[in-house]
Ligand binder design. Structure first.
Ligand code: ADP
Ligand code: MG
Length: 460
């Protein structure tokens, strides 16, 4: 129950505080119990406990209250070496093999000062990363860097939209490097944490320590670097850190939500530095990748709950319908599983639609007739005005019918409405066009391919 409440609350928190804050501060929290009105969270480091409690406890509490969780207080307990969630066996293993570099000092006898990094998620390993067309380059580059050896490109710059696996890949690199070369000092943190550390060091007059720590690592990873855009002194310090490490031939890995050149308010000298290495992007997911991710995650769940079965077509349905990103896909699957484990039966398509109605609705992409006309005109190289004009030659009439067909299929508009948007044609004309394309679709593979391609482009 508590996990379900927390799952819902997390959804609201994500909306309220934004992706960056969410991944840095909320995701690593684990709700251990709600008892006597106190919601207790376990947190991997005391730095994190302080920060979350100072900045987010009110928000978290407000949402817990709204969710009728029974909590009227929140507390954050530091659990040194918190075990990885038991769900993913592979992740737990890696966690043992590759202790996070940010392990709190009290947890391990270390001679060297602990690095001020962020905790690594034990589940974010290469083993758990599903490779497909959209991410294969990024994955290959990440593997390459993780193998170690001479630094060939510096920095590795990974960019792409939210929830496409940037953080996952960075953590995977860190795990792998630590497993292969435990003696290396790997520092992973978000750009926001970099700034926070920097500001703290300035305030506490510990800039020398700060510089010394950041310049003594073997591998530096800074996640979501777009965050420091516009923050002048942080940028300045980042630039110097960056240069010092590059001069020492230390590997740097950076991520951002867009290409270096497109980050606004980022100094030009930093942009050009970032472009010096290898810049690779993670593309939006395609159907195959989504299905692959779903199958892998479903397998993981099933290892834990062997009784729960997915009816045929459920995963395919999800891969078709939830096209936003992997994070949303994962969330949907998690909710479905939580629900199914409560009622304890096969996960049917019907159950899926009911349980995920809100997610499905939110990811519904509303295509307009105008968009369809534009795309189809482009595809067949005819003028947009001819779509709605009077010409009846085949080379124009056929694309027009294709557009009518897609309008009928992909929008909820009625035939008369569609007719009106096609230059005031009668609904019987639209009906005829739709019928004609339906026939051609099974007889003419060229038309079938065109339709599939157009549909994909319009759905993307
Ligand atoms: P980003 O940092 O790009 O916003 P994350 O790395 O945080 O995205 O990924 C969001 C979630 O999706 C994580 O739970 C991650 O494990 C998962 N994920 C993303 N891409 C993949 C993939 N290719 N295979 C498996 N899981 C993935
Ligand atoms: Mg991220």
């Amino acid at each position: 129950m508590k996990n379900e409440v927390w799952g819902r609350v997390k959804g609201h928190l994500l909306e309220e505080i934004g992706q960056n804050n969410f991944s840095n501060w909320i995701e690593p929290l684990e709700l251990t119990q709600i008892e006597d009105g106190t919601a207790r969270f376990s947190v991997p480091t005391s730095f994190m406990a302080n920060w979350v409690s100072r900045n987010f406890s009110d928000t978290i509490l407000a949402h817990l209250k709204a969710a009728n969780s029974g909590a009227s207080r929140v507390s954050f307990d530091v659990i040194a070496n918190r075990p990885a969630p038991v769900k993913e066996a592979a992740g737990a293993q890696t966690a043992k093999a590759a202790p996070a570099p940010s392990r709190p000092a009290e947890a391990a006898p270390q001679q060297r000062a602990p690095l001020p990094g962020a905790p690594l998620d034990a589940r974010f390993t290469f083993d758990n990363f599903v490779v497909g067309k959209p991410n294969e380059l990024a994955h290959a580059a990440a593997r390459r860097v993780a193998e170690g050896g001479p630094v060939t490109f510096n920095p590795l710059f990974l960019y792409g939209g939210v929830g496409l696996g940037k953080t996952h890949l960075m953590h995977a690199i860190a795990h792998e490097i630590q497993a292969r070369s435990p003696e290396l000092r790997v520092l992973y943190l978000s750009a926001e944490q970099f700034m926070y550390r920097f500001v703290q060091a300035l305030r506490d007059k510990q800039m020398i320590d700060f510089k010394q720590i950041f310049r003594s690592v073997d591998v530096l990873m800074v996640d979501d670097v777009q965050f420091i855009a516009g923050k002048d002194s942080t940028q300045e310090e980042f630039f110097h850190t960056f240069n010092a490490l590059v001069d020492q031939n230390k590997q740097i890995i950076i991520s951002a939500d867009r290409a270096p050149g497109e980050i606004k308010d980022l100094e030009d000298r930093i942009k050009s530095r970032l472009q010096c290495g290898l810049v690779v992007d993670l593309h939006p997911t395609d159907y195959e990748l989504r299905l692959g991710v779903l199958q892998t995650k479903a397998e993981n769940y099933r290892a834990q709950y062997p009784d729960l079965v997915f009816a045929d077509g459920v995963l395919e349905f999800l891969a078709h319908r939830i096209t936003t990103n992997v994070r949303v896909l994962e969330g949907a699957l998690m909710r479905l599983f939580a629900f199914a484990s409560l009622v304890g039966r096969e996960i049917t398509l019907e159950m899926t639609q009911e349980c995920l109605a809100d997610i499905l609705k939110a990811s519904e992409r509303k295509v307009t007739i105008e968009e369809i006309q534009r795309k189809v005109a482009e595809h067949y190289s005819i003028r947009l005005s001819d779509m709605i004009g009077p010409k009846r030659v085949r080379s124009i009439a056929r694309p027009r019918q294709v557009a009518m067909y897609l309008s009928k299929q992909m929008t909820s508009r009625s035939l008369p409405e569609i007719g009106r948007r096609f230059g005031g044609r009668d609904h019987t004309t639209v009906m005829h066009g739709v019928k004609r394309i339906e026939e051609l679709k099974s007889a003419d593979s060229q038309i079938a391919d065109d339709l599939e391609l157009l549909r994909r482009m319009l759905e993307a």
